[in-house]
Design a protein around this ligand. Structure first.
Ligand SMILES: NC(=O)c1ccc[n+]([C@@H]2O[C@H](COP(=O)([O-])OP(=O)(O)OC[C@H]3O[C@@H](n4cnc5c(N)ncnc54)[C@H](OP(=O)(O)O)[C@@H]3O)[C@@H](O)[C@H]2O)c1
Length: 312
């Protein structure tokens, strides 16, 4: 991460938190090596605006689409229930169609940012959505937002793109979504780690409630295992650039260089003294090594949470 800029504490960056800070296991699978960026005509600042389709247009999709609109792109999104947008979620500055549908017409880039539902015991059909999009637009640039929750245990060490993946059914199903992309001529899978930002309130709500009640907060696994994260706006910057052709093809971890422990993550979310206990369950212990991404973004200013750094 040498040379990567960060936006430090007090920089006005929102510190909302998503999820419970626990990532689950992944599978062992064959990975596509990450390729060097396409030297073609697209540029990272969207210098060749086109038409982008965003499938599964929720929080991330809206943030990405709005960036593209600002860069002069024509954007059309789809999600199952556009009317279900939460009040604090970003408002898309482009049309969003209802349903698990593929918008008609040509496309210069496609973002799949649909939540798989797998970790919540559902299957939202994202693999089928990816497959349908590939068949409809077989040569169009395709970016899939995937998840680092595929990775298995690394005994507290870092996991790069070729790191060990878990083998539980959920991770296999998540990996199947990535496999649906493989073989596409121009595709990038962004494996995003835990997302933080103003709409991500689950852990913050839990942590504050425990602090106010004066009770310890019990979380899954070892509280002192590493916690990697990425701000929604950083993911949106990356995905927008990727849709413009930046960041190459294959699989790329997406995490900010700064990392905390899970304990520190909850404690900063509590915004005050909080005792954090582990429940003794076996959770993967690893941080997300996004060194390939950091090398491609040496001057990028990552949005970071407050807390002691655990880099290096
Ligand atoms: N949150 C995290 O910490 C985290 C971490 C790593 C990776 N990710 C990944 O980041 C991506 C985007 O996250 P997000 O926060 O933007 O999620 P989000 O706000 O829940 O948006 C996802 C959207 O996809 C829609 N969707 C799901 N299945 C669909 C389908 N088959 N057809 C059409 N739309 C479908 C959902 O439908 P509805 O309209 O019914 O809501 C929702 O609007 C997801 O792939 C997620 O797995 C998230």
């Amino acid at each position: 991460m040498s040379g990567s800029g960060v936006r430090g504490p007090g920089s006005g960056v929102p510190v909302g938190i998503v999820g419970d800070g626990v990532e689950d296991r992944g599978e062992v699978g064959d990975l596509q090596p990450h390729q060097t960026p396409d030297p073609g005509p697209r540029t990272s600042d969207g210098g060749r605006p086109g038409r982008c389709l965003i499938l599964g247009c929720g929080v991330v999709g809206a943030l990405v689409g709005n960036r593209l609109v600002d860069r002069g792109w024509t954007v059309v999104g789809s999600r199952r229930r556009p009317w279900a947008r939460e009040s604090g979620d970003p408002c898309p500055a482009f049309p969003v169609l209802a349903g698990s549908v593929l918008p008609v017409g040509p496309a210069d880039a496609i973002l799949v940012a649909a939540n798989p539902g797998i970790r919540r015991g559902r299957d939202n059909g994202v693999a089928a959505l990816v497959t349908a999009a590939r068949h409809r637009w077989p040569t169009t640039r395709l970016v899939l937002v995937s998840t680092t929750s595929l990775y298995g245990d690394a005994e507290g060490g870092g996991v790069a793109e070729d790191g060990p993946l878990g083998q539980d059914p959920e991770s296999l199903a998540l990996r199947a979504i990535e496999r649906a992309v493989e073989g596409h001529v121009d595709a990038l899978v962004l494996r995003a780690t835990a997302l933080v930002g103003p709409t991500r309130t689950f852990a913050r709500t839990r942590a504050r409630a425990a602090r106010l009640a004066g009770t310890p907060l019990t979380i899954k696994g070892d509280p002192d295992r590493p916690f990697s994260y990425l701000h929604d706006d950083d993911l949106a910057d990356l995905a927008a650039d990727a849709l413009g052709g930046d960041l190459g093809t294959g699989i790329l971890n997406a995490a900010c260089p700064h990392r905390l422990t899970v304990r520190a993550y909850y404690q900063q979310a509590a915004e005050g003294p909080l005792e954090v206990l582990g429940d003794g369950s076996n959770q993967p212990r690893r941080w997300i090594d996004a060194g390939r991404l950091w090398a491609q973004r040496p001057a990028y200013s990552w949005r970071v949470l407050d807390g002691p750094t655990r880099e290096g």
